[in-house]
Design a protein around this ligand. Structure first.
Ligand code: UDP
Length: 324
């Protein structure tokens, strides 16, 4: 059985679906602080908090767990600057609790959601796994710390891990029954869709004077269904090779904020107001990843390279989410 920690969240719920479709049995651990019970449509569900080691231990007694995928971390970069304790506690301390219980139960396969934010300001584009890791905010540092812990735990305890560094997770499952829903929402695509659906007066572009062709930031938007398939490939790799490794997961193409807005207008057929405001602190001009290593070693082939496809699936879900 595969344990999905944070399986009621955006990426975890998509991976849960993919695992079940691939024939795996899953158990989902989530404290529902940010996750949604309705997103757990497959597998067994345990409402449990990683800060409570006894509860986590009980879960490991109850289920025959052979690998763990860990998605439950806080992700708001700005909040991590103003309230770092919240981030170090959850993203680092709680992860250590989970690893502690795993080792107690001799479970030694771990797949970890990391981020391109561990690289910090890019020295070269596209970012490869060999790029130096020098995060510029507490959020990125919490993820890098766990990466370092995992390296030490492999050497000392033989705990094998696959670290997956996501670029900008986006889109929704084609079915329209699960998707992205954060509260508060800070991510570009759901915010634009809010403007398109009339829930927001406008979309604000953070900075139009970057050194990019249209002056707005460029990001690598990777579809959540592609992230999900990469997790299955990572699990297979870990099972076959019993060796730790790390991989970038991006689609290799960058889209500017303006291109994403144009795609939303094109896909939804809706008009909305676009405001241009000052830069958001800490945003690099361009973040694009190379996922060649994942393609070569995992045999992973992302399917959603086109921004309109990403927006189309996100829009279907967004309409479902905002139904009266
Ligand atoms: N962005 C924006 N307006 C918004 C939200 C985001 O212009 O209301 C920009 C942001 O500056 C960045 C890109 O959109 O360049 C993606 O931001 P997001 O917060 O979705 O993801 P991040 O790249 O920060 O992980």
């Amino acid at each position: 059985m595969i344990l999905i920690v944070g399986g009621a969240g955006y990426i975890g719920s998509h991976v849960n679906k993919a695992l079940n479709e691939a024939g795996y049995e899953t158990v989902i651990l989530d404290n529902l602080s940010y996750g949604h019970k309705e997103a757990v449509k497959w597998g067994e569900f345990c409402e449990c908090d990683l800060s409570n080691i006894d509860d986590v231990d009980e879960m490991f007694n109850k289920y025959d767990i052979n690998a763990v995928m860990h998605f439950s971390s806080f992700i708001d970069v700005g909040e991590s600057v103003t309230n770092p304790e919240k981030y170090y506690n959850n993203n680092v301390v709680n992860t250590m609790n989970l690893l502690h219980v795993m080792l107690d139960h001799d479970v030694k396969k771990f797949i970890f959601s990391s981020t391109c934010a561990t690289y910090g300001v890019p020295q070269s584009i596209p970012l490869t796994e060999a790029h130096p890791q020098s995060p510029i905010n507490p959020y990125g540092r919490t993820k890098l710390m766990v990466e370092q812990i995992l390296k030490d735990y492999d050497e000392a305890y033989g705990l094998k891990s696959i670290i997956l560094r996501y670029f900008n997770a986006s889109g929704a499952d084609e079915s329209g029954i699960i998707g992205e829903s954060h509260n508060p929402e800070t991510h570009l695509i759901p915010l634009i869709l809010d403007a398109a659906i009339g829930k927001r007066d406008d979309i604000k572009i953070y900075g139009t004077d970057y050194d990019t062709p249209d002056g707005t930031c460029i990001r690598d938007y990777i579809h959540v269904t592609d992230l999900a398939s990469a997790h299955i490939k990572a699990l297979e790799y870990l099972t076959e090779n019993n060796t730790s490794n790390n991989f970038n997961l991006g689609n290799g193409h960058g889209f500017s904020v303006r291109e994403v807005i144009d795609s939303v207008k094109n896909v939804t057929g809706r008009e909305f107001k676009v405001s241009e405001i000052e830069r958001r602190p800490g945003d690099p001009a361009v973040l694009i990843g190379s996922s060649k290593k994942a393609e070569d070693l995992l045999g992973w082939i992302p399917e959603y390279g086109d921004i309109d496809d990403i927006i189309r699936t996100a829009w279907t879900w967004h309409q479902e989410l905002n139904k009266e």
